[in-house]
Design a protein around this ligand. Structure first.
Ligand code: ZN
Ligand code: ZN
Length: 357
């Protein structure tokens, strides 16, 4: 992480600014190492400053990278930015995707005329999309932990237990194995409920013959994992089995397409073409995948509308689905690292249809 501020500096010139105010906490964390809930970073050729309030002074001393000067501020951190900026005329970039209208107005009021505020795009997000080896290791560890919790859950059986019970048990087990929390709200969705891609677990018991979509992940050391498996609670029937095989075939085609240099659009198409050819195109309504890292959804996107290209070091999901309203849903999702010439699958859970009681 030592190199991150330098990599950002190299982008500032291209963005037409002398310095940048980094205010999105996830980006502050990426850049400085700080994990608290109130902090800002200022970075430019002539400044490298981290700002927080009294509650986090000790935490910042431990966490913030030594190349940043640390400044203690009132709880409204914006009040000290002027003091932390170098003298003279200055073009100061701010994160347009994260600064509110009220914050921008306040910044304008607090800063002298010599400082010009310039909206800059997602520079940090661009850096974050390409993972360093140590970041990949952390995501791998989160994935391994989540996989183990899932396997234990399924061994215990599904029939007669409620979606909510299963979701809670999975989350509790991940925490017992060391996760800080689930990386997003666990989805356990049986039967027709599984046809909603973002279903919320209900107090409804799982019945024999239902397919159950389970989408879960762990957060470990700040890094997320993401996986989906569709499990059969007892024999699901021929239609469900053939739809399962279709989704799996599409998922394998998606995995085969993912490598450095491929567009997010083409990777999506590799999986989507198979589902469309089987006449189920209208039942696969979401994109093929998304980046995962400090956040559960980040760049690059794999979708028909994506403008991203895949780079070596991206960590992305490959997760086609088929959702038949009123009947069932199926999704199979792996987490992979994009490499030159292919991808490395981090998920270890089997993709053969699990039939359990
Ligand atoms: Zn997922
Ligand atoms: Zn996902």
């Amino acid at each position: 992480m030592r190199a991150r501020p330098d990599r950002l500096l190299a982008l500032l010139t291209g963005a037409g600014v002398d310095a940048m105010l980094v205010s999105a906490l996830v980006n502050v964390r990426y850049l400085t190492g700080y994990t608290g809930s109130n902090g800002l970073a200022l970075i430019g050729a002539r400044t490298r400053t981290f700002i927080t309030d009294f509650r986090y002074v000790e935490q910042a001393a431990k966490e913030v990278h030594a190349s940043f000067a640390r400044v203690r501020a009132p709880v409204n951190l914006l009040e000290v930015i002027d003091d932390a900026l170098p003298a003279g005329e200055l073009r100061l970039g701010f994160e347009e995707a994260h600064v509110t209208v009220a914050q921008l107005r306040q910044l304008r009021e607090l800063l002298p005329e010599r400082v010009e505020l310039v909206a800059v795009g997602r520079l940090l997000e661009g850096l974050r999309a390409v993972k360093e080896p140590e970041e990949v290791q952390r995501i791998k560890a989160a994935t391994g932990l989540a996989d183990a919790a899932f396997e234990r859950l399924v061994r215990g059986g599904l029939i007669g237990r409620t979606e909510r019970e299963l979701a809670i048990e999975l989350e509790r087990d991940m925490r017992q194995r060391g996760a800080q929390r689930a990386s997003f709200e666990t989805i356990v969705a049986a039967g027709a409920h599984g046809a909603l891609p973002h279903a919320q677990p209900r107090d409804v018991e799982i019945r024999r013959g239902e397919l159950v979509v389970i989408d879960w992940g762990a957060e470990l050391d700040g890094y997320c994992s993401d996986c989906t498996r569709t499990v059969a609670a007892g024999e699901p029937g021929a239609d469900a089995r053939s739809a399962y095989e279709l989704v799996l075939e599409a998922q394998l085609a998606g995995l085969a397409a993912v490598k450095a240099g491929v567009s997010g659009r083409d990777a999506d198409a590799a999986a989507r073409d198979l589902i469309e050819a089987a006449g189920q195109g209208e039942h696969f309504g979401h994109g093929l995948g998304h980046g995962v890292g400090l956040e559960i959804h980040e760049g690059p996107r794999l979708s028909w509308s994506s403008e991203d290209d895949l780079d070596a070091g991206n960590v992305v999901t490959v997760e086609p689905g088929v959702y038949l309203p009123g009947r069932f849903g199926i999704r199979t999702e792996d987490l992979v690292v994009v490499r030159e010439g292919g991808c490395e699958v981090l998920t270890s859970v089997t993709k053969r249809l699990i039939v359990t009681d």
